[in-house]
Write a protein that binds this ligand. Structure first.
Ligand code: 3UK
Length: 535
């Protein structure tokens, strides 16, 4: 096998990373652990399997088993794919198979594209067509949305594979060799994509390179969180988010640690049980979940003794949640901002240096600038547009030169966020520069909810804005103009709520409805959502 190695100099700030001329990141993340004698060590714990398993149900996957299955899966995917370098869409829940597919594809020279499993058929149809994928792999839970998406799609992938069943992946793997020569990539080759949403227009495929994964592991997981082999990571954010992908897959694999996975919806009860049973050392959540967990902790005490730190991202963590959590659990929540385009967190608090209510300071390896409307750097304390530069940033969106040109300029990534730097160097989030909302840490486009509302026969127009709930976390609020004003009633509001829940991803429905006579608009007819926002 060619040398696929990476050398890191942690004595430099930021750490310096050097790649061998041939470099497939799957070798570093998977095969390296055999060479380093970690074959019998647990890589994955599947929390959805009972302690007393039925026959076949497997709770723990060692590094040796992982390496063999990644190879088998890579061989399987390579035999099914019609083209080298083709995209493999993944609609897969958090489970060990996610690892086999993702790393098997990368090692075989294919490009995995994990998709949000909470989406609907029409979103999947778009991604199947946009990515021009060679294959699609899905968990049985998502079969009906996938079947509808494929039926409506103008592009027909060379193969569609369920993760389970005799003719699915689990049945086929044993027919394929557990040996696989890594595809000869370089650190700069295309490795995987993640779709990112915008307020208007369809999602954009952010293309990531092999090196991007290593950069987030070195700069954030090791140099910021201090992760080591003993760490056991549990992420409430699923693997298909860039956040979860790092937290529960690339970070533990980088340090030879352990990931605890669950495909269940991360309710407070589910997360508490997993923490008590599997004793993770690091817990990764989002602010909405921390708020819900705090409410549940009023009812009963839970055991957090295994946890050395908690992490929050996806949306800003209110200082009040930080304080209440510290009081209740004795652990710190380190807030950090990341993005799909940057792959992971680029401004963060640390155990040694944190300030509640801020995103913290730049992660080593990332440069930041805050610009005003004239593209000049603002003085400290003044808010402006945040741009970042770093080793892990995506350099282009697939098939979308216009969005690429708007977002990625001269090696700088425009985050779309407004920030200021306080006098002590902590960065404070002030909101988005577009109308996009983060609900429970997940993107929510006002335009998409508005379009759904307008499909209702009684609705003429609608506008969606973000409104803070009692935990200071943003949720969608609807302003609706009806065809007939007299129809306004609580039961119509219930009807509209159901209409949204049926047609949109689960988290995207309005939590409040207001019936109004008209919406504020510009002279050109564009809805002025900012005029509807509270305060
Ligand atoms: C917002 C935050 C304030 C912000 C992500 C960690 O969220 C992630 O990626 P997305 O592409 O969204 C990016 C946008 O979300 N945001 C994220 N974290 C914070 N705002 N405080 C925060 N702590 O608008 C940003 O531009 O879904 C988070 C790691 C990887 C990620 N992809």
């Amino acid at each position: 096998m060619a040398d696929h190695s990476v050398t890191i100099d942690h004595s430099a700030t930021p750490s310096q990373i050097e790649y061998s001329p041939v470099f497939n990141v799957a070798v570093t993340m998977i095969d390296r652990h055999m060479v380093e004698g970690r074959g019998g060590y647990p890589a994955i714990i599947n929390a959805d399997v009972n302690a007393d398993p039925e026959e076949g149900a497997e709770r723990q996957v060692t590094y040796q088993q992982l390496a063999e299955r990644v190879n088998r899966c890579g061989n399987l995917l390579r035999s099914l794919a019609s083209e080298p370098g083709g995209r493999i869409l993944m609609v897969v829940k958090d489970c060990p198979e996610f690892f086999y597919i993702f790393w098997g594809a990368i090692k075989a020279g294919l490009v995995p594209v994990p998709l949000n499993t909470l989406l609907r058929a029409d979103d999947y149809r778009f991604m199947i067509e946009d990515s021009d994928c060679t294959g699609l792999v899905y968990s049985p839970e998502y079969q009906s949305e996938i079947t509808s998406a494929l039926a409506a799609s103008g592009h027909h992938p060379a193969f569609v594979l369920c993760t389970e069943g005799p003719s699915g992946m689990s049945g086929l793997l044993q027919d394929y060799s557990f040996v696989l020569e890594p595809a000869p990539a370089t650190a700069d080759s295309e490795c995987f994509w993640l779709y990112s949403s915008g307020s208007t227009g369809r999602p954009k495929g952010a293309v990531h390179r092999h090196r991007d994964i290593a950069a987030t592991c070195v700069h954030y997981a090791v140099d910021t969180l201090g992760m080591v082999q003993d760490d056991i990571c549990f992420s409430a954010a699923k693997l298909f988010f860039a956040y979860g992908l790092g937290n529960a897959m690339t970070f533990p694999l980088w340090v030879g640690g352990t990931a605890v996975l669950s495909g269940l919806r991360p309710s407070p009860e589910v997360t508490f049980q997993i923490i008590e049973e599997h004793k993770p050392t690091i817990f990764f959540g989002v602010p909405t979940l921390y708020a819900a967990q705090l409410r549940a902790l009023d009812e009963a005490e839970r055991d957090f003794s295994s946890i050395r730190c908690c992490v929050s991202a996806g949306e800003a963590l209110p200082a009040d949640i930080f304080r209440r959590w510290q009081e209740k659990t004795g652990t710190l929540i380190l807030d950090g901002i990341g993005s799909t385009e940057a792959l992971h967190i680029f401004i963060s608090n640390t155990l040694e240096d944190y300030r509640p209510g801020t995103s913290g300071k730049p992660v080593p390896g990332y440069s930041l600038k805050i610009l005003n409307d004239e593209d000049e750097t603002v003085p400290t304390g003044e808010a402006g547009r945040l741009l970042i530069q770093g080793d892990s940033n995506s350099t282009y969106y697939w098939n979308n030169p216009q969005k690429t040109a708007e977002t990625m300029v001269d090696g700088w990534l425009n985050t779309g966020d407004t920030y200021f730097e306080d006098p002590d160097g902590y960065f404070v989030y002030c909101g988005r520069s577009d109308d996009m909302l983060k609900v429970g840490g997940i993107w929510c486009s006002p335009v998409e909810i508005e379009s759904r509302l307008i499909e209702h026969p009684k609705v003429m127009e609608a506008a969606i804005v973000g409104r803070p709930d009692t935990d200071e976390l943003i949720k969608p609020e609807a302003f609706v103009v009806l065809n007939e004003a007299k129809d306004a009633s609580d039961s119509l509001a219930d009807d509209l709520l159901k209409h949204c829940q049926d047609g949109l991803a689960r988290y995207k429905y309005p939590r409040w409805f207001n019936f109004v006579d008209e919406l504020p608009k510009t002279a050109t007819g564009k809805i002025q959502r900012f005029k509807l926002r509270p305060n």
